[in-house]
Write a protein that binds this ligand. Structure first.
Ligand code: G
Ligand code: MN
Length: 309
């Protein structure tokens, strides 16, 4: 089902987003709703002030131990008439007509608030990894990277960013420099939707990400095609060779999950584990599948004792 948005600026803009799937709808989130305002940027800022945006969290599980390994934050926008929008219904518009930076800043602040709240309940390490926020390629600029680093401050261990491999295509020099700055600030990076865009192995080598997420279109074909399992298997091996961990996105059944385990995949995410759930649902999930804090490298400071990075 296509999502149709009318965003009224000087001239009305109609954008069609074909990426909203029927399974998104079963998250009780509708995607067809006209949004009218001066620009989507001011609409999003007003929605944040009105408390219309919330973050839901989709957990990731360790393939071997089935322990929690962090979660991905996905925004949900409830309009005054009760319609709930999923990100596919407004992120592309926000990138095109404004509002994506407001949405991202709010998402990082909210993820930090929720992460601190979990830590306050003694569940900080049980989350098993950072909360990953999706970062649009349009925001990978020097100015915005500095803003993100300032926002995250000394809480870098709480947050990670997911970026698509194509995010660096427009201005690779600036984008790669920004990603290195985020990494140096201690923020985890994951390559999102790998294989969905026009991948370039040379960027894969240069992007300083510790994790790669294989796009769900390959995962969902694993038990149906001969080629997809081979592609997934070789991607897992390639990533391990590059020192990265691998997450499979869109795992919807037990057979796919066990096949991924046999292939050495590190982490799985998808409806088989859980849909994206509100923070209270994440608490219940943590109680059922407590994770442990990931092992962190020990680094020795000059003249000091070893400490965790
Ligand atoms: O691009 P990204 O991986 O960030 O997309 C996250 C989206 O993937 C969410 O909107 C969510 O609805 C969808 N999603 C998450 N898990 C599954 C799954 O198991 N199957 C399908 N079809 N979609 C999923
Ligand atoms: Mn993502």
């Amino acid at each position: 089902m296509a999502a149709v948005h009318k965003v009224q600026r000087k001239a009305p803009v109609v954008l069609v987003d074909p990426t909203v799937t029927a399974s998104d709808m079963t998250d009780s989130a509708s995607a067809v709703q006209p949004v009218s305002a001066e620009s989507l940027g001011s609409t999003i800022a007003a929605a944040v002030r009105a408390g219309e945006l919330v973050l839901h969290y989709q957990p990731k599980l360790d393939c071997r131990t089935m322990k929690l390994r962090g979660a991905e934050a996905l925004s949900r926008w409830t309009l005054p008439d009760g319609t709930q929008l999923v990100p596919d219904a407004f992120v592309a518009q926000a990138e095109a007509v404004g509002g994506i930076s407001e949405l991202t800043v709010w998402g990082v602040e909210q993820a930090l608030r929720d992460s601190r709240w979990l830590a306050g309940k003694g569940m900080g390490s049980s989350l098993g990894g950072p909360i990953f926020v999706n970062l649009s390629g349009t925001l990978i600029t020097r100015d915005f990277a500095s803003r993100l680093i300032a926002l995250v401050g000394d809480e870098a261990a709480r947050i990670g960013f997911e970026i698509t491999e194509t995010a660096v295509l427009d201005n690779p020099e600036e984008a790669l420099e920004c990603l290195h700055q985020l990494r140096e600030a201690g923020i985890a990076l994951a390559i999102d939707d790998y294989g969905a865009g026009l991948s370039s192995l040379s960027y894969l080598k240069q992007i300083p990400a510790g994790e790669l997420k294989i796009d769900r279109k390959f995962i969902q074909g694993m038990t149906r095609s001969n080629r997809d399992p081979l592609i997934v298997r070789s991607t897992i091996d390639l990533c391990h060779g590059l020192g990265m961990t691998v997450t499979a996105e869109g795992v919807e059944d037990a057979m796919t999950a066990s096949l991924l385990g046999v292939m050495g995949c590190d982490t799985i995410q998808g409806y088989f584990i859980s849909r994206a759930v509100p923070i209270e649902g994440l608490v219940r999930f943590i109680e059922e599948h407590p994770g442990t804090a990931p092992r962190v490298p020990q680094i020795r400071k000059k003249g000091g004792s070893p400490r965790a990075e």
